[in-house]
Design a protein around this ligand. Structure first.
Ligand SMILES: Cc1cc2nc3c(=O)[nH]c(=O)nc-3n(C[C@H](O)[C@H](O)[C@H](O)COP(=O)(O)O)c2cc1C
Length: 200
């Protein structure tokens, strides 16, 4: 089993989602000691932002790329290869300004490629990246369940992964983390209880 572990929090050691993804991966590995791990820390840098230079680099044949374009396209190919090789993906997904961290959106931009992970057919879009399991560690400072905005960041992530063909998606949630220390501890403890079952 290949596990891809992705963190996107910018809060370093203080990050709730980082501690949850760490525990989820540890539980997965305890159950499958032969698992091969890959780790990508998106919070550490924003390299490979999906901008005009990245689009041009990806669209240019390798033999015509400048050194800079080759580096950009190479980064995109590495991110895609990691995604395609993974059987199980663990994603740390904090809510920042009601959405995902922009670094995680950039990763999504690099794995959502027509002809590789989805295609349009006469009968509508078809995901090409099925047969993967995804566990999302979703965190938020406020409480969003039942509110008009809801957990929009997680809903978007689930929708996007479904578009790519991934149906086996589970979410471990810890919200209300910024309300106070007691609420934070309680939310993290509840999330840790559920993650044992989810990652079993
Ligand atoms: C830049 C930034 C924006 C945030 N925006 C929101 C928000 O829109 N709604 C919310 O409930 N919490 C928000 N928070 C609080 C985070 O969701 C909370 O700190 C959570 O623990 C983040 O997960 P992390 O600790 O893994 O980074 C924000 C935090 C940061 C740093």
């Amino acid at each position: 089993m290949n596990i891809l572990h992705i963190d996107s929090s910018i809060l370093g050691d203080a990050s709730a989602s980082r501690s949850l993804t760490r525990d989820i991966v540890a539980t997965l590995v305890r159950n499958r000691p032969d698992a091969v791990l890959a780790y990508r820390d998106l919070g550490a840098s924003v390299s490979g932002h999906f901008d005009a230079a990245m689009l041009a680099a990806r669209s240019t044949p390798p033999e015509l790329r400048t050194a800079e374009a080759q580096a950009l396209a190479g980064h995109a190919e590495t991110v895609m290869a990691e995604f395609l090789a993974a059987d199980t993906i663990v994603i740390g997904a904090p809510m920042y300004n009601f959405g995902l961290p922009s670094q995680l959106k950039t990763w999504i931009d690099l794995i959502t490629v027509a002809g590789q992970t989805f295609r349009y057919t006469e009968s509508g879009p078809q995901g090409l990246a099925g047969n993967k399991r995804v566990i999302i560690a979703a965190t938020a400072g406020g409480k969003h369940a039942g509110q008009p905005g809801g957990a929009a960041h997680v809903d978007y992530l689930k929708y996007l992964l479904g578009f790519l063909g991934i149906k086996d998606i589970e979410v471990v949630t810890a919200e209300g983390l910024a309300i106070g220390p007691e609420q934070r501890e309680a939310a993290l403890a509840a999330a840790r209880e559920t993650l044992e079952a989810v990652a079993a």
